[in-house]
Design a protein around this ligand. Structure first.
Ligand code: PLP
Length: 386
């Protein structure tokens, strides 16, 4: 039995999406083609756009298809800062949470090289901000504020709705950009007024890898990100990944029908309760108030444990988890998220992220805890023998 606890890295394709793709893949599907088959694909593309925009309380014209969130984040940050620089002449400040995904951090660093000021938000409490702590750090120079709806490593939830409302009423010139990748389908989200752009990735919620979308207000005010044949308002040109869009639509439909948020929360609580009951010296990385963490994510610090060695031992037993973001785990660097939260290197190197999905089962939780109890005890015993 394979126990997959790494759903914040990627998820399996929803069976409904697989069925739909099998059928649809037998037809040519270029929504930009003028003939009847192309028009049919176009109509399905637009239906999917309306459905997903509607769920998020956005307008269909505010949704652009992308290849995923790395592209989405680059697109939003680069086009919005470009349009600000060309209208204001002066480049201002980008205020950013230090726990953002590498796609945001690296794009922001690139913009810094091009004359933008980069400043990191301070004052998070175990990874979550009080909205006033954020607002107090806004200055007259702040033009862009990037904050993820929830963190992919710790599940820490941010007060996006409250922040968006304050920005809409008191700081209408600030462009709030929200990475919604980890939060979407784990938390109810809407494209609240005050948010300029929001970014989503299909493979984090049971759609295809290489699929995604962004929501952006005032799309007509930005320059193209990818130049070409005029698709997607001329901002993101190139043939749309039509199978990807079908998979996004199917994955959104199953979420709408049955969100399963409570189910994942039940499983996460069960997992944590059983771990705390049976393994001493384990601590949560992230907000202590459990309602401030995503329903599917537990980031746990095991005292006197080398997480890398433990992950190898777990994998041998068929249990898959990770130390953090999949993109950087190959680098053997310790988590920038845990270090930005003020945790020691020792703590970061003893921490593992477990992330569930709508398909996770109670038996898997029980089995995973059983394996963890044994492997943690074995590693601690072998370390204390030296
Ligand atoms: N943002 C967050 C919070 C993520 O977890 C990830 C992927 O791990 C990304 C952005 C990048 O997403 P993609 O794999 O679609 O490029």
């Amino acid at each position: 039995m394979s126990l997959y606890f790494d759903n914040n890295a990627t998820t399996v394709l929803a069976p409904e999406a697989f069925d739909l793709l099998q059928k649809a893949s037998l037809e040519p599907m270029n929504p930009s083609a003028r003939h009847l088959l192309g028009q049919r694909a176009r109509s399905r593309l637009e239906t999917a756009r309306c459905k997903i925009a509607d769920l998020l309380k956005a307008r269909p014209a505010e949704l652009l298809w992308t290849s995923g969130a790395t592209e989405g984040i680059n697109l939003c940050l680069q086009t919005i800062t470009d349009s600000l620089a060309s209208s204001n002449k002066e480049k201002g400040e980008i205020l950013i949470c230090p726990c953002e995904h590498a796609a945001t951090l690296e794009t922001a660093k690139h913009l810094e090289k091009n004359g933008w000021k980069l400043r990191f938000l301070k004052g998070a409490n175990h990874g979550s901000y009080d909205v006033n702590t954020i607002v107090e750090q806004i200055t007259q120079e702040t033009k862009v504020l990037a904050l993820m709806a929830a963190n992919n490593e710790t599940g820490a939830i941010q007060p996006i709705d409250q922040l968006a409302k304050i920005i809409a009423s008191d700081y209408p010139d600030i462009h709030l950009i929200v990475d919604a990748v980890a939060a979407f389908t784990k938390l109810e989200l809407t494209f609240t007024p005050g948010i300029r752009a929001m970014i989503f990735s299909g493979h984090k919620f049971h759609a295809l890898q290489g699929s995604g979308f962004v929501l952006m207000r005032s799309i007509d005010q930005v320059e193209p990100f990818l130049f070409g044949g005029g698709q997607e308002h001329g901002v993101r040109c190139g043939t749309v990944n039509f199978p990807g869009v079908l998979s996004l639509e199917a994955a959104v439909e199953i979420y709408e029908k049955e969100p399963k948020i409570k189910w994942m929360q039940h499983l996460r609580l069960l997992f944590e309760k059983k771990i705390f009951e049976s393994i001493p010296g384990v601590h949560i990385n992230g907000p202590l108030d459990e309602s401030q963490r995503l329903c599917n994510t537990s980031n746990l610090y095991f005292e006197q444990i080398d997480a890398e060695a433990l992950l190898i031992a777990l994998e041998r037993r068929g249990l898959y988890a990770s130390q953090g973001s999949a993109c950087s785990s190959g680098l053997h660097a310790s988590s920038h998220v845990l270090s930005a939260m003020g945790y020691t290197l020792e703590r970061a190197q003893g921490s593992i992220r477990f992330s569930l999905s709508r398909y996770s089962q109670e038996e898997e939780i029980i089995k995973a805890v059983e394996i963890l109890v044994q492997e943690v005890a074995l590693q601690r015993a072998s370390l204390s023998a030296f």
